[in-house]
Design a protein around this ligand. Structure first.
Ligand SMILES: Nc1ncnc2c1ncn2[C@@H]1O[C@H](COP(=O)(O)OP(=O)(O)O)[C@@H](O)[C@H]1O
Ligand SMILES: [Mg+2]
Length: 500
């Protein structure tokens, strides 16, 4: 503890070096923007406008909200780097360390201008300009903005805040405003940001009378990872776990088999990172998604056949420290006292998910209507099992019907293949090295798989099936019953090649 007798030197951080090191905190564009949006939500904003303005190296990004805004003193405090993270937060607060606004902004730009007004105060503006800090070697926050920032702050209504990023060196340095290519790259980033925000804030966006979030004027549509309104989604009873006197709600969802979804629904439900990545626990803090699918180190790897299992965990912000939550890294660790319960819920959900995933597929015995879907058929004759190539399979049927009438050699070849299936070898390998069995098309180039999809599609259409039916059937056919992402992209490929 300090005493009056202490002698000391005050060693202030060297501003230019300190501020550059803050830039390396590990944000990317998505997490950085989401952090600024967090602040708007904490300030009770109901309308948030994100503007991406393209102008080559003079491009800028702004987040403008209609939240409560700040007085001048509050604005100055908000520009301060660092707050006490052990101070309890208001229950609705999405912040923590008092760093987000600054570190998120600096990770993307060299100048951040904040303008704000409350219902009772006038508009105030402050600016951190890293080059100015460098030149002066002092923690000087400028009391002026820029002409562009003034355009953005003019959009603030009765109360609200505009956070403007200029000098976006990480995003647009070396670009030319006239370059169509540079502009396209910039636009691609906007799309990726939109997907990220649609995911992270989906619950705010889904609420009735919820928050409106727009990017360049277009409302961001929420991405609901649980397909919670789809009739085929399974949703067992939620569980409430207790931890340190606080409740942690755990809500498991098992998503529908892909045959229950339209190709569009299936593609959308994959989310920004795809079906396999978005499985496991989804951790929310105050409704904001922090971890978009992870088995949380409970000894389970992400697998294709678990992908329909998505489990929602709701945490209050009072439990942050115990979960080791880190917004930028999207990671969390399970506190010991919850390990067993979460492992149990995870296991039960995975079991159900695997059942649904396998609902149709590799089993050889199956219903009549599905007969044309599988290449191999199992036949039993006089108690003996035979494997036969399905002559009704659209591709086989097409080969046979296209062949000249005297092409007996083709039929002989099929018979030969059927009679020489290496059953004993397969059984031996499966029992000795079960893990070394390849999944169909595991090593194939995606071009080859697409080629197969196109040919199967054409063969199906050749039998008189409609486009929709053909695509729906492909989802259930080998190997696409396990590689459904290829079919999700098929309509676009057919269109590109002009195949009807
Ligand atoms: N859009 C905003 N509207 C109102 N106040 C804001 C806004 N953005 C930031 N602030 C204020 O600035 C403070 C610092 O923000 P930040 O650096 O993100 O840290 P934290 O969110 O962890 O508190 C916030 O606690 C809040 O008081
Ligand atoms: Mg914050």
């Amino acid at each position: 503890m300090p005493t009056a007798k202490d002698s000391y030197d005050i060693v202030e951080p060297y501003a230019p070096a300190m501020i550059e090191s803050l830039r390396a905190v590990g944000y990317d564009l998505f997490t950085a923007i989401a952090d600024v949006v967090d602040n708007s939500l904490t300030a009770d904003a109901t309308e948030i406008d994100i503007v991406f303005f393209w102008n080559g190296e003079a491009s800028s990004i702004a987040v403008i909200d209609n939240g409560s805004g700040m007085s001048e003193q509050e604005l100055i405090a908000a520009m301060r780097i660092g707050a006490d993270p052990t101070q309890p937060r208001h229950r609705e607060d999405l912040g923590r360390f008092g760093l987000g606004l600054k570190t998120a902004s600096f990770s993307q730009c060299r100048r951040v201008i904040v303008s704000t007004r409350t219902e009772v105060s006038s508009l105030w503006t402050r600016c951190w300009d890293l080059d100015y800090v460098r030149a002066t070697c002092q923690w000087r926050v400028l009391r002026r903005g820029s002409p562009k920032a003034a355009e953005y702050s003019a959009r603030i209504g009765k109360s609200g805040t505009a956070v403007v990023w200029e000098n976006l060196d990480r995003l647009v340095s070396g670009t030319l405003a006239e370059s169509a290519y540079d502009r396209d790259v910039f636009n691609d980033r906007i799309e990726a940001v939109e997907k990220h925000l649609a995911m992270v804030f989906h619950r705010f966006l889904q609420r009735p009378r919820g928050v409106t979030l727009r990017i360049n004027g277009n409302p961001v549509k929420p991405w609901d990872p649980f397909l919670s309104t789809h009739p085929s989604t399974q949703h067992p009873e939620p569980e409430i776990l207790m931890m340190k006197g606080e409740t942690v709600a755990v809500d498991a969802y098992i998503l529908p088999h892909h045959s229950k979804l339209t190709p569009q629904e299936y593609a959308d439900a994959g989310g920004p990172h795809g079906w396999v990545a978005h499985q496991g626990f989804f951790i929310y803090r105050n409704g904001r998604l922090l971890v978009p699918g992870d088995w949380l180190g409970l000894g389970i790897k992400k697998e294709e056949h678990y992908k329909l299992a998505r489990i929602r965990i709701d945490l209050p912000n009072t439990l942050d420290a115990l979960w080791g939550l880190d917004i930028k890294k999207s990671t969390a660790r399970v506190p010991v006292e919850l390990k067993e319960s979460l492992a149990r819920i995870g296991r039960a959900t995975r079991e159900k998910a695997v059942d649904i995933y396998r609902h149709r597929g590799s089993v050889l015995g199956r219903a009549h209507a599905e007969e044309s879907l599988f290449v191999w058929q199992q036949k039993v004759s006089h108690g003996k099992i035979f494997y036969r190539i399905n002559r009704e399979h659209p591709l086989i049927r097409r080969i046979l019907s296209d062949a000249p009438p005297d092409a007996d050699i083709l039929k002989s070849a099929l018979r030969l293949i059927e009679e020489s299936v290496p059953v004993p070898l397969i059984i031996l390998n499966k029992s000795q090295k079960p893990e070394s069995e390849a999944v169909p098309f595991e090593q194939a180039a995606s071009g080859e798989v697409y080629e197969l999809a196109v040919q199967l599609y054409q063969a199906l259409v050749h039998t008189g099936v409609s486009r929709e039916d053909a695509i729906a059937r492909l989802y259930r056919m080998e190997p696409f019953n396990r590689l459904s992402e290829f079919i999700a992209n098929l309509p676009a490929i057919l269109d590109k090649r002009g195949i009807r």
